[in-house]
Design a protein around this ligand. Structure first.
Ligand SMILES: C[S@@+](CC[C@H](N)C(=O)[O-])C[C@H]1O[C@@H](n2cnc3c(N)ncnc32)[C@H](O)[C@@H]1O
Length: 193
């Protein structure tokens, strides 16, 4: 479901094969595999902080027969130092910002501002409730108010729109009710004009 949702959402908002696409926090290519298949050769770049998941991503790529699509998979320990050497039409962070403490988030938003084409769009999921912090595989699980994200992106010359809950966009969790899922939101982030 999480794989289908990602490509479905991105096609729905107008992702085209010729777009240059950055999958920030790409993991093992759960979302990446169909995107790599859809995008033109060499138009997918994935970055992740964990070398082991990128290695698994490479195996998934081989298994899917998509090595010829020439995606770039890059390891990056600190997003403040990330330089892809190019800009992107679409940057995507699916269930990634929710795993960032505020200083890491600031580095991620700096990387986005540096790499987004002037008319580019950054889509990111966040948790907008006020639950206590959790953990996932050594990362935090954070929730913040929308005002926090508005201020955080503005520091990097960006603005955001809340596109609604993931549930309302078709990301239907098999076990959680609509209400329980309503705090998971999709943000659309662009440059301040
Ligand atoms: C929940 S997984 C989502 C993976 C992928 N986006 C997907 O939907 O399948 C979160 C990913 O974000 C990566 N991540 C977390 N913090 C990061 C950081 N500071 N820089 C790069 N990647 C990060 C993790 O290693 C992990 O692979």
């Amino acid at each position: 479901m999480k794989r289908r949702f990602q490509i479905g959402f991105l096609k729905g908002v107008g992702l085209l094969p010729h777009h240059q696409f950055l999958d920030l926090g790409c993991g093992t290519l759960r979302g990446g595999i169909p995107l790599i298949e859809y995008l033109d050769v060499g138009h997918y770049t994935g970055i992740d902080v964990r070398p082991a998941v990128l290695e698994e991503g490479c195996r998934e790529l081989e298994e899917a027969g998509l090595v010829g699509q020439a995606p770039r998979l890059l390891g990056c320990k600190d997003l403040r130092e990330f330089d892809a050497g190019r800009r992107f039409d679409v940057i995507w962070a699916f269930q990634v910002l929710i795993h960032m403490h505020d200083s890491v988030l600031d580095g991620a938003l700096g990387a986005v501002a540096k790499h987004l084409e002037p008319s580019g769009i950054f889509y990111a999921t966040v948790n907008l409730d006020e639950r206590p912090e959790g953990t996932w595989q050594g990362f935090p699980i954070v929730s913040r108010k929308i005002e926090f994200y508005q201020q955080a992106v503005a520091l990097h010359g960006l603005r955001l729109d809340d596109l609604g809950s993931l549930n309302s966009l078709g990301h239907v969790h098999p076990r959680l009710s609509e209400k329980q899922q309503s705090f998971q939101r999709m943000l659309r982030i662009t440059r301040l004009k």
